[in-house]
Design a protein around this ligand. Structure first.
Ligand SMILES: Cc1cc2nc3c(=O)[nH]c(=O)nc-3n(C[C@H](O)[C@H](O)[C@H](O)COP(=O)(O)O)c2cc1C
Length: 210
């Protein structure tokens, strides 16, 4: 049984698109959006075809000079266990005194949800578009991925944790020297709905230049 709503047709190149889409439903969706804590995520998750549709929509992000400076590594099925074992090996090499339960925690990182999408920031440092802008596009993609997944009926969280910044894990996952993990988007089904968390008083964040 699929809980995913039907995906809309995608526009073709040069189709004229609406500049705005006024929608109370879309505003309410954004106003009430929340990540789901990873401990509240469980199976099922989206299948490959659904995930591909989600990624297709999510990748419609601003991207200065159309460099597409990102890519995805989808960790699913048996790869969740083997990638966790890789993490445990790396951690053990750095901290030989880790307890069995600490190693088990590493082994089980990717089995916490049915699927995890590693969003890799893949900038071209030789391009005149600054790397920072290329990296921002990858960040926008992470957020869009969460939004698209939520709209498709899947709960999720954007995590980095220690392994996002670990050179040995980068090498194991095939990242080049200039690539970084923008985030690990863990997706699944929410066991319970998350309560609202504290939000900024937005007026303290705004300076009006008059
Ligand atoms: C780049 C990035 C990395 C994050 N990494 C972690 C993490 O490693 N562990 C964690 O508990 N939360 C992490 N978070 C925060 C979670 O995504 C958190 O659940 C989220 O900010 C909750 O807020 P929301 O409901 O408004 O999405 C990260 C957030 C961002 C943007």
């Amino acid at each position: 049984m699929s809980k995913t709503p039907q995906f809309p047709p995608l526009p073709a190149l040069n189709d004229v698109l609406a500049a705005t889409n006024p929608s109370s439903e879309a505003l309410s969706f954004l106003a009430n959006r929340r990540s789901t804590p990873i401990k509240c995520l469980t199976a099922p998750g989206p299948d490959e075809a659904t995930l591909e549709s989600i990624l297709q929509i999510a990748s419609r992000v601003p991207d200065h000079r159309k460099l597409e400076p990102w890519r995805f590594i989808v960790i699913q099925g048996d790869a969740r266990k083997s990638t966790g074992e890789t993490l445990a090996k790396i951690k053990h090499k750095k901290c030989p005194n880790l307890s069995v339960s600490e190693l088990d925690e590493e082994k089980s990182r990717f089995t916490r949800t049915p699927v995890c999408i590693a969003v890799v920031s893949s900038p071209d440092p030789s391009h005149k578009t600054p790397v920072w802008e290329q990296e921002l596009s990858a960040g926008a993609l992470c957020m869009n991925l969460l939004l698209t997944a939520n709209a498709a009926g899947w709960a999720g969280a954007w995590l980095t944790e220690w392994y996002a910044f670990d050179a040995d894990f980068h090498a194991e996952m095939g990242l080049s020297d200039t690539e970084k993990f923008a985030g690990f988007i863990y997706l699944g089904t929410a066991m319970q709905n998350p309560p609202e968390r504290p939000r900024p008083n937005i007026s303290t964040k705004i300076k009006y230049q008059k």
